[in-house]
Design a protein around this ligand. Structure first.
Ligand code: ZN
Length: 59
C-alpha cells in the first residue's frame, strides 16, 4: 500500500489526484449507481435521461 492520497493525478494536471479527478471519478460512480437503479425501474426513465445529460456534460 502506498500513500495514494498524495499521488499526482494521472490526468497530467500536476494536481493531487484527490484535488483533481477524484471528485469527478466519485461523481461518475454515483451516477453509475443511480443509473443501475434507474435501469431496474422503468418509471425512472426520465430521471435516467437527466442523469445521462449531466454525465455527458461533464465529460
Ligand atoms: Zn485529474
Amino acid at each position: 500500500m502506498g500513500n495514494d492520497q498524495d499521488e499526482q493525478c494521472p490526468c497530467g494536471s500536476g494536481k493531487l489526484y484527490e484535488d483533481c479527478c477524484k471528485k469527478e471519478y466519485d461523481a461518475a460512480n454515483q451516477v453509475k449507481e443511480k443509473l443501475k437503479h434507474a435501469l431496474n425501474d422503468p418509471k425512472k426513465s426520465t430521471e435516467l435521461q437527466e442523469l445521462l445529460k449531466q454525465f455527458k456534460d461533464k465529460q
